[in-house]
Each structure stands twice: as structure tokens, then as C-alpha cells.
Design a binder for this molecule. Structure first.
Ligand code: ZN
Length: 107
């Protein structure tokens, strides 16, 4: 399984691709696919046809398309920079993430 450095509710920035520089909150992490769904980032439009019998209104539905986690940088809660993260294991066995910009640790 790929190493996943992104967690739900993290603030992240997109580092590459058409949404480069976009920031948002992680809504979902798709570990198996190595992707994450980020709020209001990489939106795709889905056209839905009206179906009055089912009470469905036709129109364009927008939703987030998952992004490769490799293309995301977590925004460090301490220094506020989109950072590369390392991992460290504490003496009590808990794993924490380490910001490589400022050196602070967080879960
Ligand atoms: Zn930092």
C-alpha cells in the first residue's frame, strides 16, 4: 500500500496540474487509489437529465473529482506553508507527522 501523508480535514494545496495552487480541506482519502477528494478543488460537471417521475431536477451537478495524493501538499498548521512532511515515531509509540519547513510535529 502506498504511503499516505494526507488525512481527512487536512488543509492542502495542489502542487501540480490544472488546479495548481488551489487550496482546500480534505473531505475523503481514497487510500487504495492513492487519491483524495478536496473540497471545491478539481470540480467536474455532471449533466443530469430531468426525471419528474423520480423528482429529479435536470441540470448541471458539480462535484469534486479525486486528486492524486502525490500532487498535494499539506499546509502545515504551525507555519501555514504547503510543506513536505516526514514521519516520526514518538517514545510512546504514536506516529506523528513532521513539517519539513518549520520542524513542528502534528498528528
Ligand atoms: Zn510548518
Amino acid at each position: 500500500m502506498a504511503k499516505v501523508h494526507v488525512k481527512k480535514n487536512d488543509q492542502v494545496m495542489v502542487a501540480t496540474g490544472k488546479d495548481r495552487g488551489a487550496k482546500g480541506r480534505v473531505l475523503r482519502v481514497l487510500v487504495g487509489e492513492g487519491k483524495a477528494v478536496v473540497e471545491r478543488v478539481n470540480m467536474i460537471k455532471k449533466h443530469t437529465r430531468a426525471n419528474p417521475n423520480k423528482g429529479i431536477q435536470g441540470g448541471i451537478l458539480e462535484r469534486e473529482n479525486p486528486i492524486q495524493i502525490a500532487n498535494l501538499r499539506v499546509i502545515c498548521p504551525e507555519c501555514g506553508k504547503p510543506s513536505r512532511l516526514g514521519r516520526r515515531r514518538l517514545e510512546d509509540g504514536r506516529g506523528v507527522r513532521v513539517c519539513k519547513s518549520c520542524g513542528s510535529t502534528f498528528s
